[in-house]
Design a protein around this ligand. Structure first.
Ligand SMILES: [Zn+2]
Length: 401
């Protein structure tokens, strides 16, 4: 039972409004007893999370009492919750068509129908309903948020920005951050067409809305890279990860690629400097793992050992850290006798790393292997955090920003 439902129902369960409504209607139809017991029974079922029984109770109440607005609203929401969106739409539309409703009640019923359309995937109708309601004094703000969801789902970033700015005017929570991400989405679309000038305009707007936004820094880094300014690209990537250490799993492979995969002089030395700063000063574990890998590949085993101690002190130890540890041990002369066991150990860890999530949403706990800027589960922006490093990922995957 979600808190939203409890909040919705508790005032209704108090039944004061219900009595008032029945009293008014009772004057028209005095012969009927109010089905209050059945109504409260329905509320009790809802509180116990017994949706089917609650639904049955409310259907019976509505059959006896055709007029009560709140009961119809609950019934419609229950159908929507069960996935019976067609029935929910019918109830909410019929409710909205009643001539006796107040403006606020009609707006509420229409708003519910808009949410039904959203769930049914009929976005043009949801859009029409929410647009009609966006100036409503009672549900205007929620209608704007509904519109925002419609445009986000359809990746229509220009319209999403227009609505976002209206929400910003009305003091909508986190409106600036959302709009900044829409600008970043547009920048990314321009980058895909290699139009760096247009991309930078969107990035600048994002920065104005949300100064220091790490995603915008990463986009600037990508523009610098495309323009051949690798040192600037490296500097911006570093700045992004220093601001948001949780993005290290995204940034460290890019730093490796920028230092080693380009014609930059002293690539290895500079990469070591960068990683040492991130590992030693910023205490970023992923940087320690990358540094250990660098030391292993250049046969500096004692220096690798220092990073190994740091990695193994973490709880939980990232699988990538354990894998790097095993790869380090494999080249020690003392373990040559057991090389096949170590190879099996390495393979087990590689398989585990390939199948486990690499990112987790800090808001809802969603886990996935790919980094995305909007959580697919809770739809919040910039909440995915790196939990492990894919050590053997192909370089093409690191081009995403
Ligand atoms: Zn989430």
């Amino acid at each position: 039972m979600s808190v939203q439902w409890l909040l919705l129902l508790l005032p209704v369960a108090a039944a004061s409004g219900w009595y008032a409504a029945r009293f008014a209607e009772g004057r028209r139809r005095p012969a009927r007893e109010p089905p209050l017991d059945r109504y409260l029974e329905g509320v009790r079922y809802l509180l116990d999370d017994q949706t089917d029984r609650a639904l049955q109770a409310f259907i019976e109440v509505v059959e006896i009492d055709h007029e009560t607005f709140e009961t119809h609203l609950i019934l419609g929401r229950l159908f929507r919750r069960r996935g019976e969106v067609d029935r929910a739409i019918r109830i909410h539309q019929n409710l909205a068509a009643r001539p006796s409703l107040t403006d606020a009640q009609r707006a509420q019923a229409m708003y519910e129908a808009g949410r039904d359309f959203m769930l049914a995937g009929v976005f043009d109708r949801a859009e029409n309903v929410f647009r009609e309601l966006m100036d409503s004094p009672s549900v205007g703000m929620r209608a704007l948020e509904g519109l925002q969801s419609v445009y986000e789902t359809q990746r229509d970033w220009h319209q999403a920005i227009e609505i976002g700015l209206r929400l910003l005017d009305q003091g909508g929570a986190s409106a600036s951050l959302r709009i900044a991400h829409y600008e970043c989405e547009l920048a990314q679309e321009e980058l895909a067409k290699e139009r760096t000038g247009e991309a930078l305009e969107h990035v600048d707007r994002a920065m104005n809305l949300w100064p220091g936004l790490s995603r915008a820094l990463l986009l600037r880094a990508r523009v610098a890279e495309l323009s051949g300014d690798i040192p600037l690209s490296i500097q911006l990537e570093r700045e992004a990860v220093e601001r948001t250490p949780a993005l290290a799993t995204l940034v460290v492979p890019k730093l490796e690629r920028l230092h080693l995969g380009t014609a930059l002089p002293r690539g290895t030395v500079n990469l070591e400097d960068t990683l040492r700063t991130l590992a030693n000063d910023q205490k970023i574990t992923v940087a320690s793992i990358a540094l250990m890998r660098l030391y292993r590949r250049t046969n500096r085993l004692d220096e690798a050992l220092t990073q190994l101690h740091r990695i193994l002190a973490q709880r939980p130890v990232p699988t990538s850290g354990l894998l790097e540890a095993v790869r380090w041990m494999k080249i020690l002369p003392a373990v040559h006798t057991y090389s096949s066991e170590f190879a099996a150990f390495e393979k087990a860890l590689m398989d585990q790393l390939r199948s486990q999530p690499l990112y987790q949403c800090s808001n809802c706990g969603y886990q996935g292997r790919a980094h995305v800027w909007q959580c697919p589960s809770c739809r919040r922006w910039d909440t995915l955090r790196g939990i492990d490093l894919d050590l053997d990922q192909p370089p093409s995957q690191t081009f995403q920003v």
